[in-house]
Design a protein around this ligand. Structure first.
Ligand code: V47
Ligand code: SF4
Length: 352
């Protein structure tokens, strides 16, 4: 079996779910790193981005989420649009090319808040791309506005939405979702909303939250759902494995995933997702050091400067809240790779 899978990979043949599971369980990290590295070149992408999390008040309260709060609970916050504009005011000076906007499902803000936020940002920063709102948020906006998903997308596009992040996917299997995020939209609903986004011409990313209660088989099941959808639409720009941080959550686990699991997950994702070009080593969740090593395990993107990350830091992330451009370039160069600044759509902007 081992030789057969290796041969398939070397011949650029698609591997099956069972072979993906086999890779995880029977190949060591060095073998996986070598195979995954065959699939990428020497360029590593990053962007100059800023994360904005308008609120952590959320009606879902997923069990793996340390970031969310219920209304009235300590640690909850909600930002006005003016406060967000104050936060973004120096963005052009810092060379920001993207705002990444994700938040909780606020119990009582109207849908107009979310369109007004994009409009205000676009008005103040016309040249900065807005990557906003996960499929989970889109579903919620449809509920609170009494509009179909298509109507929500029309309004968001009119406001200036450029593309969508890949969050909310977790593990796309009900037996896992019912335990870790029972209130969240179903796997099928996530896939349907993303498919609709792609039909509207809205590119998205996709993610996988790993290292909680899921099995290796569940991970491959999830990756297969993403691969099937990408075959259909071609709308995914990048895949981002998200390593579970257990602190301050309702899931009792060792607080962090292990380096070996992180690297194997990146490598198997690279080998299995033969139709998604970019795999991010998201330094915020992996730590800067593991993210750098992941560049030799099939990742070709380090994400961006981020500036002030919240979601993972509420769960006591070991990484910084943001990195400077110089720090990112240093990590990439010291991995013997070529740092390439990109825009949100992977157009190359600058080589370092
Ligand atoms: O949807 C929540 C996850 C996601 C925890 O698209 C957790 O470019 C680990 O999706 N431990 C948000 N993960 C982050 C995200 C993302 C990040 C960077 C880039 C992009 C992109 C997307 O974080 C959530 C959820 O899946 N998450 N809590 C936790 N305790
Ligand atoms: Fe809410 Fe998202 Fe946290 Fe779930 S992961 S509780 S939907 S903010």
């Amino acid at each position: 079996m081992k030789r057969l899978i290796e041969k398939k990979i070397l011949n650029n043949q698609r591997i099956s779910v069972e072979e993906g599971v086999f890779l995880f369980k029977n190949f060591d990290i060095v073998e996986l790193g070598k195979l995954a590295s065959l699939k990428i070149d020497n360029k590593v992408y990053f962007n100059i981005n800023k994360h904005i999390n308008p609120t952590n008040l959320c009606v879902n309260r997923c069990k793996f989420c340390a970031f969310s709060r219920s209304k009235g609970e300590d640690g909850g916050y909600e930002y006005s649009i003016d406060k967000i504009l104050d936060y973004t005011k120096d963005s052009e000076y810092h060379g920001t090319t993207e705002f990444h906007i994700v938040g909780g499902l606020h119990p009582d803000k109207p849908f107009s808040y979310y369109t007004d936020l994009i409009k205000a940002l676009k008005n103040r920063h016309p040249n900065i791309t807005v990557k906003a709102y996960t499929a989970v948020e889109i579903d919620y906006y449809s509920k609170i506005s009494n509009m179909p998903i298509e109507g929500v997308f029309e309004k968001l596009l009119a406001a200036g939405l450029d593309l969508m992040p890949g969050g909310g996917a977790e593990i796309l299997k009900e037996s896992v979702r019912s335990k870790i995020c029972p209130e969240k939209i179903s796997a099928q609903r996530w896939l349907d909303i993303i498919e609709t986004a792609h039909k509207f011409g809205i590119k998205t990313n996709c993610t996988m939250l790993y290292g909680h209660i899921e099995s290796i088989e569940d991970r491959l099941f999830h990756l297969n759902k993403l691969r099937e959808l990408q075959d259909k639409t071609g709308g995914f720009l990048a895949f981002i494995p998200l390593s579970f941080h257990a602190k301050n959550t309702d899931i009792k686990k060792y607080p962090y995933t292990t380096g070996v699991d992180d690297l194997k997950t990146i490598a198997v994702s690279r080998l299995f997702l033969d139709n998604i070009k970019n795999i991010k080593a998201y330094w915020v969740m992996l730590t800067e050091k593991i993210a750098q090593v992941a560049l030799s395990f099939g990742a070709n993107d380090l994400d961006g400067t981020v500036v002030k990350e919240k979601i993972t830091h509420f769960a006591e992330a070991l990484s910084k809240e943001g990195l400077s451009i110089d720090e990112i370039i240093y990590l990439i160069k010291k991995a013997d790779k070529i740092p390439v600044e990109r825009d949100s759509f992977y157009n190359e902007l600058k080589y370092y």
